[in-house]
Design a protein around this ligand. Structure first.
Ligand code: GMT
Length: 385
């Protein structure tokens, strides 16, 4: 009989790929009968309803006038210690190394018993934030102290091996998607009518509107679309660049063709109504939004950076170009918008690829294998619940 594990998952709860993957993983593990304890400073944005075997432990911030800000790493470490001891966790899985991996390491040294740590590197924790010299040292230390390391694409593994002095193997487990939640069945005429007229196509971009998402190229590509097909641009999400993008749309005189939805929690309802998704990011270890669009049967036009070529099947599910190549992106979108049958064919191929290559059950079982390896390395044998 399979050993049921008690697993702690530490993740960033705000809207973002790493928190989404951590939550999908935790829910999937709980469905298999494992006991899953989420530890975060608020409830992860996708952990909306009750699930059997899933527990949430809120990190209480420590505030005192003497301190400039909340002692987040202290309070997170303290909460990990408390949950590991009370729930008798077998292991802790840190999603996004900063600061989770180091906090888990500290907790493991403070706890009454040491426990193994799995760290999953998601992307910006090593490419952007992790590039600061001081943080890079902490990152390298906590990666090397983890019992087992994983990351979300082959690109990302190579990047870590080149940039960091990591002295242990890195397992690649691609991200995955629940194709029951992200499905073409979510096409909703009423919602669609709020975004475009019946004779218009919808070009959609979903992001946190940070510089690396390169949203100005989304607007440039949209403004270069041919007039042969009427279309609207729908920008889903919010973030620091949103006002700049609004200004760009005003200057290009296309503001009346652009909808800004703001932040949404049920992004799948929007994506399923798109005719094409555009993601021209400068960096992307994987790009969950592209996978979400594929699962919803929506063709994608994107940049060709980092891990994206591991997600997209060029010419079959979507098209990739250098990040600022708005002209070629516009040509690819024109081609998709001009032919309903072709659009459907690309979308169907995307859904098939999402189901076969990024299958939830397969990826969760890869993580379970990682956990058993971790326990073996740590010299533990998992205690049955
Ligand atoms: O891209 C972001 O701004 C969010 C970031 C995160 O940590 O949530 O996403 C990273 O992790 C996702 C899940 O593994 C990946 O799909 C994204 O590609 C990755 N972002 C980058 O590498 C820029």
């Amino acid at each position: 009989m399979m050993n049921k594990l008690r697993i702690g998952i530490v993740c960033h709860p705000s809207i973002g790929g790493s928190g989404l993957v951590a939550t999908q993983l935790g829910i999937g593990l709980a469905r298999l009968g494992h006991e899953v304890h989420f530890i975060a400073h608020k409830r992860p944005f996708k952990l909306l309803s009750h699930h059997d075997n899933v527990f949430f432990h809120q990190v209480d911030e420590v505030n005192y006038p003497l301190f400039e800000g909340p002692l987040h790493t202290y309070s997170l470490t303290a909460k990990i210690v408390e949950v590991v001891e009370q729930a008798k966790l077998d292991l802790v899985h840190a999603h996004y190394s900063i600061p989770h991996s180091l906090c888990a390491f500290l907790a493991s040294n403070i706890c009454k018993y040491s426990f193994p740590i799995v760290t999953t590197i998601h992307g910006t924790d090593v490419t952007i934030v992790g590039q600061d010299d001081a943080i890079k040292r902490l990152n390298t230390f906590s990666m090397n102290q983890s019992t087992l390391l994983t990351t979300v694409s082959h690109f990302q593994r190579q990047y870590i091996q080149q940039e960091f002095e990591v002295n242990q193997p890195i397992n690649v487990v691609h991200n995955f998607i629940d194709t029951d939640d992200f499905t073409p069945k979510l096409v909703d005429k009423t919602l669609r009518k709020t975004l475009a007229d019946d004779d218009e196509k919808i070009l959609m971009h979903v992001s946190n509107f940070r510089a690396l998402k390169n949203t100005q190229t989304v607007v440039n590509a949209f403004s270069q679309l041919s007039d042969d097909t009427k279309s609207k641009l729908v920008l889903v999400g919010s973030g620091p660049d949103i006002d700049k993008i609004r200004t760009q749309c005003r200057q290009l005189n296309i503001l009346d063709k652009v909808t800004f939805t703001g932040s949404v929690k049920n992004v799948e309802r929007f994506i399923a109504n798109a005719d094409c998704l555009i993601q021209p990011s400068y960096r992307e270890s994987f790009c969950m939004v592209i996978l979400e669009a594929m699962a919803c049967g929506v063709p994608t036009v994107s940049s060709n950076v980092d891990g994206i070529p591991e997600v997209v099947d060029e010419g079959t599910t979507g098209f990739m170009f250098p990040p600022e190549d708005a002209a070629n992106m516009a040509m690819a979108i024109n081609k998709i918008f001009a032919d309903n049958h072709y659009q459907h064919q690309l979308g169907q191929a995307g859904r098939t690829r999402a189901m076969s290559h990024f299958n939830t059950e397969v990826k969760i079982s890869q993580y379970v294998d990682c956990y058993h390896q971790t326990l073996a390395i740590h010299g533990h044998s998992a205690t049955a619940c």
